[in-house]
Design a protein. Sequence first.
Length: 142
Amino acid sequence: MHPEKDIPITLISKIREKANRFLVSELKSHNMPGLAPSHGDILWALFKHGGLSMKGLAGLIDRDKSTVTALVNKLIFLGYVRKEPDIADSRVTLISLTDAGEDLKDDLIEISQKLISKVYKTLSEDERDSLIGLLTKVNDNW
């Protein structure tokens, strides 16, 4: 084992922590109490696809169903999403945005753009492409 070869994982972990702190700060500054960075994937999926089943939502964001259920329940408590029975299949519950959830979209786009700008701040276009390519390869190893 070569510790210097483990550095990428350490850096990825540090970047993730800094990004989460940044997102928490931005969510607070946009007066979104109760929202956490972990809710972002769910909200984006619902903005893009509309109503989704728990299974479909979990698949889209690559999280297990129990994790998604806990996150969705918090979003329901905050008034941003709702559960409704699927008319086509009564065994399925659809998750969709409420009006309050829809109202988050512009602010979340702004926060996302700030985060992306921070990530790419000192990178050239070629470096950005290389970074995404390499991280995608590493992700695909799992």
